[in-house]
Design a protein around this ligand. Structure first.
Ligand SMILES: Nc1ncnc2c1ncn2[C@@H]1O[C@H](COP(=O)(O)OP(=O)(O)O)[C@@H](O)[C@H]1O
Ligand SMILES: [Mg+2]
Length: 233
């Protein structure tokens, strides 16, 4: 579904991504693990089209989207949940969700809302509340719900469990698992490497802008170098 070939990206003289190769097959959940500053967010933003790239290519469902706008990529089905949630605090929960639906035909929107409310019942009960009054975990659900309103084929999740209490981390990972079970293809970045690798079919380790390792989630969980660097063993 997604093929990234020799992708590089820079901030001025800083090379944030250095010839990254990666693929995500349809229906897979692929995790991207790496230290702070490794380039994980830069890679997700490059895939969603909001981060300029210096070299390499991105193909999605066979089409070269390297030069496609972020808006065009959302229409094709590449949808990102950004790091830090970025919900619109003064707007209601439902209006935040509606913002995610701008690519959907109006006739589909009511059904899409009901699907999101079924997945996240707490959002239904707070649909008229300002998003800014939600807890961190609820805001993460809202950010994920907003992305789902666009009916993603490929969902890019950047640090969904960041800053959440352990019980909510478990809840977010359970939701990610249920999205996967519902056949959403997912590329997941999360600082909780153990949880991310546990839920992933395959994973890549990114070190200062380069892919250092890849394998199945289980292989990387069992890899001594991964255990030492990312799992605190
Ligand atoms: N807006 C920016 N301007 C300059 N450098 C940046 C910017 N955003 C990220 N970087 C740098 O790019 C590298 C990768 O950052 P990032 O993709 O945010 O890493 P990660 O998400 O893995 O923590 C880091 O060295 C970071 O300091
Ligand atoms: Mg990041």
């Amino acid at each position: 579904m997604l093929e990234v070939d020799a992708l590089s990206s820079r901030y001025g003289r800083i090379t944030a991504l250095d010839s990254v190769n990666l693929r995500v097959d349809r229906g897979e959940l692929v995790a991207l693990v790496g230290a702070n500053g490794a380039g994980k967010s830069t890679l997700l933003r490059a895939l969603s089209g909001v981060q300029p790239t210096a070299a390499g290519s991105v193909r999605f469902e066979g089409a070269d989207v390297t030069r496609a706008s972020a808006r065009a990529r959302v229409r094709m089905g590449i949808v990102q949940v950004p790091e830090g949630r970025q919900v619109f605090g003064p707007l209601t929960v439902e209006d935040n969700l509606m913002l995610g639906a701008y690519v959907r035909p109006p006739a589909e929107i009511a059904g899409a809302l009901e699907q999101v409310y079924a997945l996240f019942p707490v959002l239904a009960s707070k649909r008229r509340d300002a998003a800014g009054t939600l807890s961190g975990g609820q805001q993460q659900m809202l950010a994920m719900g907003r992305a789902l309103m666009a009916r993603p084929k490929l969902l890019l999740l950047d640090e969904p469990s960041m800053g959440l209490a352990p019980r909510l981390v478990a809840e977010i990972f359970a939701t990610i698992r249920s999205l996967k079970d519902a056949a959403t293809t997912i590329l997941l970045v999360d600082q909780n490497a153990r949880a991310a690798l546990s839920v992933a079919d395959r994973a890549y380790v990114l070190e200062v802008g380069r892919i250092a390792l890849s394998g199945s989630g289980t292989e990387l969980l069992d890899n001594p170098a991964v255990q030492q660097a990312y799992l605190g063993l």
